[in-house]
Design a protein around this ligand. Structure first.
Ligand code: SAM
Length: 254
């Protein structure tokens, strides 16, 4: 029976075989890789992936789609909201230290998914995600560019990221209203030691009014925490490199 795409689950199914092949090539699955796919849907990526892997774990929220996927003997189907999945526990269940995570993500919750995986990053080997191109532009942006934002600073301290493939709307059925792309995310092997909660608060405060100089936003936040060190608050949030935010968070938490 034909599945009717559900908008509330962000369902846009890949239908262009050239694009599907290019995504699978970018992921480069090897037999036995401990891979987890988020939102397999109608299995456009799932099928070529599992053919190469031999076995694949998939996380799907839509009950009807999960039911179909269960018919596939090489798939382990987790019917759940991905935001509730404990990726550390999943890696332990599969008997591996780290997972390879992939997916054409539901765009309505892509940022929460990225932050949920950031919370579980020690259980992740790499991530390949289809996202709105505009979101990927923000993830990989450099300081001083218009796209440099909270998302850039929250992810770049922890991952090396690159946009590996452009995907136009007509590659999907139904087509989304936006351009898409594939991002590769590799966790840094030796990340700086920071209190992630504090760092998140600092970055959110800095970018709360991105056009204003930091004295008006971060300045007050730092003062409330008794920070007396050196930090140029005459800049705007979008001018400060990630490494400086990291150093500042470390100084505040010390
Ligand atoms: N992978 C398929 C493809 O490329 O054609 C489908 C991608 S579609 C953009 C997103 C998929 O994520 C849908 O199958 C949808 O049901 C599923 N999904 C939506 N919200 C979810 C959630 N919170 N947890 C897990 N899966 C979800």
């Amino acid at each position: 029976m034909k599945h009717i795409a559900r908008k509330r689950f962000g369902q846009n199914f890949l239908s262009d075989h050239g694009i599907i092949d290019a995504i699978v090539a970018a992921i480069a699955p090897q037999p036995g890789d401990p891979m987890v796919e988020i939102g397999p849907g109608l299995a456009a990526l799932t099928q070529p992936l599992v053919e190469r892997l031999g076995h694949l774990t998939v996380i799907e929220l839509d009950r009807d789609l999960a039911l179909r996927l269960r018919e596939h003997p090489q798939l382990r189907v987790i019917e759940s909201d991905v935001l509730k999945v404990d990726f550390r526990a999943l890696a332990a269940t599969l008997g591996v230290p780290r997972l390879r995570v992939v997916g054409n993500l539901p765009y309505n919750i892509s940022t929460p998914i990225l932050f949920h995986l950031l919370d579980h990053v020690d259980a992740v080997q790499d991530q390949h995600f289809m996202l709105q191109k505009e979101v990927i532009d923000r993830m990989v942006a450099v300081p001083g560019s218009g796209d440099y934002s909270r998302l850039s600073v929250m992810l770049q301290w922890r991952y090396a990221m690159e946009n590996v493939l452009f995907v136009p709307p007509e590659s999907f059925d139904p087509p989304p209203r936006v351009d898409s792309a594939i991002v590769r995310m590799l966790p840094h092997a030796d990340p700086p030691a920071i209190d992630v909660r504090l760092y998140g608060e600092l970055v959110q405060t800095a970018f709360s009014q991105r056009r204003k100089i930091l004295r008006n936003t971060l300045g007050q936040w730092l003062e409330a925490r008794g920070f007396a060190g050196n930090f140029d608050l005459q800049r705007r949030a979008e001018e400060v490199p990630v490494a400086e935010y990291v150093t500042l968070a470390q100084a505040v938490q010390a």
